[in-house]
Design a protein around this ligand. Structure first.
Ligand SMILES: Cc1ncc(COP(=O)(O)O)c(C=O)c1O
Length: 390
């Protein structure tokens, strides 16, 4: 890694120069089967021709105009996302953490507009990850990420993930919004129980708070349907997206239903690059290709294959691998305390397979959603091989 960069990341010891499909290539020409996809970003894989064409075409026409003027890609993307989600309005930004900042601000402004001035608390869940800016970090339950950054903004509290009773005890007249990841990714891949999400919906309705789903990692088809909330059949008031939205270009989005969206008026929030034409064009191409490839069905098929294979590996190597958990093509496999997930990650990388590590000691799998049956088989063979001769 260049010593001119801040040492905030600890990248693997190779330099990636290109990618195609589910494969990444390093500067020595070595190919890697990519089962992390830029951390759940490259849903259509690398160098997808439709994404490249959309970027090229839009870059020739207009790269930036600011939000002082309307432009077609942002408007078209807002229409596409609101139609598909059943939400009323979209706000665009550049990353996941900014999408959550927008949601936090929207919730507080929503209460403010109703003269409900006590209602300022954002209630997040234990194990949550919502981003690295100060507001999103204040909603993130990870001591390591928070350490040294005090004082974080006030008005944040936590309820136990998947424990409805704890939510019931904590959603009171001071709570503006409850924010939940339908599948927690960074904590090691933990899906919410449907009763928990239903309970959150009911409590927010009864007690006058907004329900926000952070689908930054688990949305955009990673769990099968475009939105993870469709899988659960529980509709939030606000949903945040980023990561895979433009298949690798920086963009974030906050979608809100009619009730919540009325809180923002001109000047209430903004972003110079938010909804920029090139990422918006790439996101529109992503949505189109998703439909053409019937990715929802493909994710269901590959998910079944991946989880069945991971369960078999767990049975075969029970001393190392725990039971897989997750949804769609977002899978986490805990590694037993006697073994190091990072060492296992390095061992499979040496054999040409890229996986993630999350939540301390779990392997995380988030391949491109276009992954083939053969590529899933290959990933499992590599993992099996690494476990047999560590
Ligand atoms: C659930 C969730 N929310 C928010 C974020 C923050 O997104 P970004 O890194 O684009 O700011 C992430 C990133 O991993 C995430 O997984």
């Amino acid at each position: 890694m260049s010593d001119a960069l801040f040492p905030t990341y600890a990248p693997a010891p190779m330099t990636i120069v290109s990618g195609h499909g589910c494969t990444l290539v390093d500067d020595e020409g070595r190919e890697y089967l990519d089962f992390i996809a830029g951390i759940a970003v490259c849903a259509l894989g690398h160098a997808h021709p439709a994404i490249t064409a959309a970027i090229e075409e839009q870059a020739r026409r207009l790269v930036h105009a600011s939000n002082l003027y309307s432009h077609e890609p942002a408007g078209a993307l807002a229409r596409a996302l609101t139609t598909r989600s059943g939400m009323a309005r979209a706000f665009f930004c550049n990353s996941g953490t900014e999408a959550n900042e927008a949601a936090i601000k929207l919730a507080r402004k929503w209460a403010f507009r109703r003269d409900d001035l006590r209602r300022t608390t954002i209630l997040a869940c234990t194990g949550s990850f919502h981003g690295r800016t100060l507001g999103a970090l204040a909603a993130t339950d990870n001591a390591r990420y928070r350490e040294g950054f005090a004082p974080l903004p006030g008005g944040f509290a936590f309820a136990r993930f998947n424990v409805v009773e704890d939510l019931a005890a904590k959603v009171d007249e001071r709570v503006a919004a409850v924010i939940i990841e339908p599948v927690q990714g960074e904590s090691g891949v933990h899906p919410a129980d449907v009763v928990f999400l239903r309970g959150a919906r009911r409590l927010c309705d009864e007690r006058g708070a907004l329900l926000v789903f952070d689908e930054i990692q688990c949305g955009m088809g990673r769990c099968g349907p475009l939105f993870a909330f469709e899988h659960y059949g529980v509709r939030p008031d606000v949903v945040t997206m980023a990561k895979a939205l433009a298949n690798g270009l920086p963009i974030g989005a906050m979608l809100a239903n009619e009730r919540a969206a009325t809180a923002f008026a001109p000047g209430d929030h903004g972003s110079t690059f938010g909804g920029s034409p090139v990422p918006a064009a790439a996101a529109l191409a992503h949505l189109r290709v998703r439909d053409e490839l019937d990715l929802e069905r493909r994710v269901a098929e590959r998910s079944e294959q991946l989880f069945a294979a991971l369960r078999r590996l767990h049975q075969k190597h029970a001393n190392v691998l725990g039971e897989p958990r997750g949804l769609g093509l977002l899978a986490g496999v805990p590694v037993s305390d006697a073994f190091d997930a990072k060492a296992l990650q390095a061992a499979v990388r040496d054999r040409g397979l890229l996986v993630g590590v999350a939540g301390g000691n779990a392997l995380r799998f988030a391949p491109p959603l276009i992954i083939s049956e053969r590529e899933v088989e290959r990933a499992i063979e590599v993992l099996d091989g690494a476990l047999q001769s560590p």
